[in-house]
Design a protein around this ligand. Structure first.
Ligand SMILES: CC(C)(COP(=O)(O)OP(=O)(O)OC[C@H]1O[C@@H](n2cnc3c(N)ncnc32)[C@H](O)[C@@H]1OP(=O)(O)O)[C@@H](O)C(=O)NCCC(=O)NCCS
Length: 290
């Protein structure tokens, strides 16, 4: 490949390159070159056509007729895009990744998205250096945890059940109190359920005390939200919620549950480890302007 001689296209313009782009993302195994998928539910899983199709756009650096690099733009919220990549082919010029980040910024400039975030595995020095040199600053570290369910019966608790539509209003209040910046409850929890989410609740003395939201992804469940009513926090109830969720998901034959938690959220980390979640990797969250 001739370094620098690239043209940029979107995967929508060149769907014939889908397999090549997937191979670029797949060729970054965990470790020093690991690329963190920009779609939370798919983090830690190998790249799949389904995960790629959920990106808002996939930029490709073309060298001749070959994909030399790719960068997927994954919606994180109504205001933020998460980058997945850049994934660069062996032998491609070192500036390929930088060109793709600049192109992402240009593409997003007139969009409703106000900023970009990117997650780099803490072992991936090349990715960290590239982001820092291209307008990104570090925000916080985050952990990916996973718990195999393996089909075995989990202890469970009768006080945890799937939410019914009549529970949605109280669940939305609990989620918004726990995650004020999340758009999960917009426009409604019913809409989220039609998108593949499952909602669970814990009752204590007839009061809905806590709630969890699980997204179905690639045969596993992504534990997107766990929240306790503020006035009921600190009473050791959250473990009961998670044990119940593990039991219900086990009955559905969910292979594993995975989640992302900020490294400074000590009570949540303690909670996840107490019910058997294992840390898979650590990434730094970078943010930058579009
Ligand atoms: C995370 C959350 C659900 C935990 O519920 P909670 O009622 O506050 O927590 P609990 O009382 O059940 O305590 C959880 C465990 O963490 C421990 N803990 C509390 N503070 C801690 C700290 N600073 N360091 C280490 N462990 C801590 C508790 O001792 C308890 O363990 P134990 O039951 O083995 O003694 C709740 O704080 C919440 O809703 N937070 C806002 C939303 C959120 O951050 N969700 C998780 C995002 S990934």
């Amino acid at each position: 490949m001739t370094p620098g001689a690239y043209s940029l296209v979107d995967l929508d313009q060149r769907p014939d390159l889908a397999a090549e782009v997937l191979a670029l993302f797949t060729a970054s195994p965990p470790g020093a070159n690991h690329l963190v998928c920009g779609l939370p539910a798919y983090m830690g899983l190998p790249a799949s056509p389904e995960s790629l199709s959920q990106a808002a756009g996939v930029l490709i650096a073309l060298s001749g007729n070959r994909a030399a690099g790719a960068l997927a733009l994954c919606p994180y919220s109504e205001e933020q895009i998460t980058l997945w990549g850049p994934a660069v082919a062996k032998g491609a010029g070192s500036e390929t990744g930088a060109r793709l980040i600049d192109a992402a910024r240009e593409a997003l400039h007139l969009s409703p998205y106000g900023s970009m975030r990117a997650l780099a595995d803490t072992r991936n020095r090349r990715s960290r250096t590239l982001l820092l040199a291209h307008g990104f600053t570090t925000w916080k570290d985050t952990y990916c945890y996973e718990r195999e369910l393996g089909g075995a019966a989990q202890p469970g608790t009768s006080r945890v059940r799937r939410a019914a539509v009549r529970d949605h209003a109280v669940l939305a209040t609990i989620f918004i109190q726990g995650f004020p910046d999340s758009d999960h409850c917009i426009p409604s929890l019913q809409r989220r359920e039609s998108e593949g989410y499952r909602h669970y609740l814990l009752e204590d003395d007839g009061v809905v005390a806590a709630a969890a939201a699980i997204q179905d992804a690639g045969g596993r469940g992504w534990l997107k939200l766990v929240a306790m009513r503020p006035e009921m926090r600190g009473k050791h109830l959250s473990k009961r919620l998670l044990e119940g969720v593990l039991a219900e998901e086990g009955k559905r034959h969910t292979r594993a549950l995975a989640l992302e938690v900020l490294a400074d959220n000590a009570p949540a980390i303690h909670l996840y480890e107490s019910v058997g979640f294992k840390r898979r990797w650590t990434a730094t969250i970078f943010t930058g302007p579009v």
